[in-house]
Design a protein around this ligand. Structure first.
Ligand SMILES: *Cc1c(COP(=O)(O)O)cnc(C)c1O
Length: 371
């Protein structure tokens, strides 16, 4: 929450999972001075024992991610780039799902990769079919003479909140011998997820998106098979890992991530209720004439709505397309992007049913007011 929106009911998908715990808020003050975590650094961030970064990175974090190894990064995108850069060569191909986040594209571009996508089914469900990965792998081989060197799935995607059967994708990747990266920016810290159970070689998460942290900060989990390549050390500075440029989140961000971590570990166990809340909320908005796109029934708090009735209002009133934002703001609700009326996303994560009721009633009132 910024100072402007503090105290409002926040339904912005970017923000609902990143609100600090009291513990993280106090860490923010305590560790705000630059490089204050480095008082007792033995040479690299991962090895700092006071504060207990070492134990976090070698113990609690990989256990939480279900991986053999883990690191804290400066964000989900930085983690994806590290993997792409470490295990591919320029000119190799990568396969992304058709709902992939822009950061997966730019990370792949920066690593010099050719990008192939598994298309989604388009309006209104935007489904990605795991079987299509095999087809794109074959197509890549036919077009370039070589199988892709990495495949990625966005779990869930950042537009529709769709959950693809990741185990199925992992199985196909393994049949082809292609390492599999799970982008869990909207999963890690919200819902239970284990890279091992899925069969993913790599998993990334976003601290400021889903782990109640100040950003930018992210997490990366790596299977034993790939750890040597990802964590290769410098020839000149023997303790420094190349892909991490020596040290990643060397400041207050990692301290907020660690301070919130016990809470985050606990809250993923409440996921079933989060899903039930999302489904109930979606049904209420649909009763008001909106339509929820993507997976039905929905399996995530991030939801995308189409609102022909709100769009119609925006076409004929003075405030035009900004009316929805303003009307919600007047009702103490933040999170639908200014200017959007026809298609917008929102999130119900960690909001109480009574706050969500306020949101539902607000939509109802606004629609009635302009009827
Ligand atoms: C938010 C988001 C990201 C980016 O996360 P950062 O930690 O800011 O790099 C990547 N992928 C998806 C699907 C996202 O929603």
């Amino acid at each position: 929450m910024s100072r402007k929106t503090v105290g409002m009911i926040n339904i912005d998908p970017l923000q609902t999972g990143g609100i600090l715990t009291p513990e993280a808020r106090s860490a923010l003050l305590q560790w705000g001075d630059g490089y204050s975590i480095c008082d007792f650094c033995p040479g690299t961030l991962n090895e700092i024992r006071t504060p207990p970064i070492h134990d976090f990175i070698y113990g609690a974090l990989p256990e939480f991610l279900g991986t053999d190894h883990a690191r804290v990064t400066n964000g989900a995108r930085e983690a994806k780039f590290m993997v792409m850069h470490a295990i591919t060569d320029k000119g190799d191909s990568i396969v992304l799902d058709g709902s992939a986040h822009y950061t997966s594209f730019v990370a792949a571009e920066r690593a010099g990769l050719k990008i192939k996508t598994v298309s989604n089914s388009g309006y209104p469900y935007y489904k990605v079919n795991p079987e299509d990965y095999a087809q794109i792998f074959e197509e890549t081989k036919k077009d370039t003479g070589k199988l892709p060197t990495l495949a990625l799935l966005t779990y869930p995607d950042g537009n529709y909140g769709n959950i693809v059967d990741a185990k199925h994708v992992a199985k196909i990747c393994h049949e082809y011998g292609i390492p599999f990266l799970l982008n869990g920016a909207y999963a890690v810290g919200r819902m239970p997820i284990s890279a091992k159970k899925v069969g993913a070689d790599f998993i990334v998460g976003s601290g400021h998106k889903s782990m109640a942290s100040s950003g930018p900060v992210g997490v990366l989990g790596v299977s034993d098979e790939h750890h040597e390549k990802i964590f290769e050390k410098s020839e000149f500075f023997k303790v420094k890992e190349l892909e991490l440029l020596g040290c990643t989140a060397r400041g207050v961000t990692i301290m907020t991530l660690m301070a919130s971590f016990p809470h985050v570990v606990g809250r993923v166990n409440l996921w079933d209720d989060e899903v039930q809340k999302a489904q109930w909320f979606s049904a209420q908005l649909e009763n008001l004439g909106l339509k929820q796109l993507g997976d039905r029934p929905h399996k995530h708090d991030l939801m995308f709505f189409e609102a022909p009735n709100l769009y119609e209002i925006s076409q004929r009133i003075k405030d035009g397309r900004y009316f929805l934002y303003k009307e919600l703001k007047n009702r103490n609700i933040h999170g639908v992007k200014p200017g959007l009326t026809k298609l917008f996303k929102l999130s119900t994560f960690s909001l109480s049913r009574s706050d969500l009721n306020v949101v539902i009633e607000a939509f109802g009132d606004i629609i009635k007011k302009y009827a």
